[in-house]
Design a protein around this ligand. Structure first.
Ligand code: CO
Length: 496
């Protein structure tokens, strides 16, 4: 058996624990679709880890050699790892969206991307083309007996959970109309297992619609709220009684987009002199919305929220400003040191005094927060995040960070200098008693071998070596979000 290379001790890590060329290789397209039992494994897969991990993210960073401008514009590819009785099976499939099929057939870029991808031919070829390509690349959830690939600006795509075959657009029993949005960050209430999600229609005044479903998939409530101003909202948080949104201080000038000069997201401008608006919408539609204010900043992801008396506590990853999507720049040349890192802040929202106070909980660069699913919306102790290897500065995510929010202690498992991590998905141990009884599953891009590993970490103690490290036969480009279901979707036919 090979030895683990964990570089746990700072002395073994170079001053800059990553290398730009190594990092860039993780953004190579994957063209092949494969199915196989994973047989190159360090350690052992726990016998009681049963179920399926689904991951979503851009699989193609180019269309037949024509580079896309930003990874967020990349076609969604689902990677699936199913676990049963100590074995694991990998497969991946692109979501057969309308745009994916058309572009693959044509062998060239036919659609503009929200994050700046343009059709070849300069601005004249792009002007007044406001069509949107639903790339289904942001998240994937198995819920209500449906596997759904999500992209926040359009309808979900439904897939077969065994084969990952695309079944078509999903309208949730007629709840969604053609062209409706459905956000990529649904929250499943840790207590009631109800799913809460939202959609947003941005404009001079923006409309937020909340959907709440029974665990069976039946719609419970749907209510819409107008909020003043343009709203660019990727994620939200829930508590037993509230949905909480941050309306970041940004403005949108559509002209360069309409004229074909810029992608829509490149027309969003951060305004550091305006406050962030905190939007609190009660889950009971009969109660009124509240709008409060806090410091300027930009949030993509909230970690969790909970209530205590008349206060809501909300933990979020905040940036000093919106990391800009530049028209002329190459995302692979990102100068990490020049950007402000995402950091974890706790917001104390007083619903009576109508004040918001914030406190920094973690200054290490971090993203992709996860908690034990039973703690969503509840007071909680442990938070897991992707993090930079170094405690200061901005850098690619190479480590997994566990924070004990009660004691203030932290543990770090690092894959530096050659490894780059993805979101840590927490899987509860089936007989677990404590909040951290479980595993963290994270795909690690191993630049030394140009392949990805699935690392299984014992969430109780990140100082231990991984329980197992499953070497895939290829790499999986840096992904966005995913989820785990205890349902095991093994391949229907044995293929080993
Ligand atoms: Co997200």
């Amino acid at each position: 058996m090979q030895t683990f290379q964990l570089y746990e001790h700072a002395s073994t890590i170079p001053v800059t624990p990553y290398n730009a060329e190594d990092w860039q290789k993780g953004y190579e397209s994957v063209k092949q679709e494969v199915d196989y039992w994973i047989d190159d494994i360090e350690g052992e897969i726990p016998q009681n880890l049963n179920g399926t991990l689904f991951r979503n993210g851009p699989g193609l960073l180019d269309i037949n050699g024509q580079r896309i401008h930003h990874p967020f514009d990349g076609d969604g590819m689902i990677a699936k790892i199913s676990f049963k009785d100590g074995r694991a099976h990998f497969s991946n499939r692109f979501v057969r969206t309308k745009g994916y099929q058309e572009e693959q057939a044509a062998g060239r870029i036919l659609y503009r991307g929200v994050f700046g991808t343009q059709k070849p031919g300069g601005w004249l070829a792009n002007a007044f083309d406001l069509r949107q390509k639903n790339i289904a690349n942001t998240n994937v959830i198995y819920w209500g007996d449906k596997l759904l690939a999500l992209w926040e600006a359009a309808e979900p795509y439904r897939l077969d959970p065994h084969t990952l075959e695309t079944l078509g657009l999903e309208y949730l029993d007629g709840l969604l109309e053609p062209g409706d949005a459905f956000a990529a960050h649904p929250r499943i209430d840790g207590e009631t297992e109800r799913l809460v999600n939202f959609s947003i229609k941005p404009g001079l005044s923006s409309t937020i619609t909340i959907y709440e479903f029974e665990p069976s998939g039946k719609l419970l409530t749907k209510h819409a709220h107008a909020v003043p101003g343009f709203a660019f909202i990727h994620d939200f948080a829930i508590t037993p009684n509230y949905c909480i949104f941050f309306q970041n201080p940004v403005t949108f000038n559509p002209l360069p987009f309409v004229l074909g000069w810029r992608g829509a997201a490149e027309c969003i401008k951060f305004n550091p002199n305006r406050p962030t608006q905190v939007i609190i919408i009660p889950r009971n539609p009969k109660q009124p919305m509240q709008l409060l204010q806090t410091e300027a900043g930009f949030v993509f992801h909230h970690a969790n929220a909970f209530e205590q008396g008349d206060k809501i506590y909300l933990d979020s990853i905040c940036y000093d400003s919106l990391p800009a999507v530049e028209a002329e720049s190459d995302y692979r040349q990102t100068n990490f040191e020049a950007l402000s890192p995402g950091q974890l802040w706790r917001f104390e929202i007083d619903l009576i005094a109508k004040t918001v106070q914030r406190q920094n909980l973690e200054s290490r660069c971090c993203e992709f927060p996860w908690v034990n699913p039973k703690k969503v919306g509840q007071p909680y102790q442990y938070l897991y995040l992707g993090a930079a290897h170094a405690p200061q500065g901005n850098a690619p995510l190479q480590a997994i960070l566990k924070l004990d929010l009660t004691s203030g202690t932290r543990e770090v498992w690092s894959a530096a200098p050659k490894g780059y991590v993805s979101e840590p998905v927490f899987v509860p141990h089936p007989e677990g008693m404590n909040e951290d009884d479980g595993w963290l599953l994270t795909l690690v891009y191993d630049s030394a071998h140009h392949r990805s590993d699935l690392a299984i970490l014992d969430a109780r103690d990140l100082n231990r070596a991984p329980v197992a490290r499953l070497h895939l036969k290829h790499h999986v480009p840096y992904g966005l979000h995913g989820s785990f279901t205890p349902d095991c979707f093994e391949p229907l036919r044995s293929q080993d």
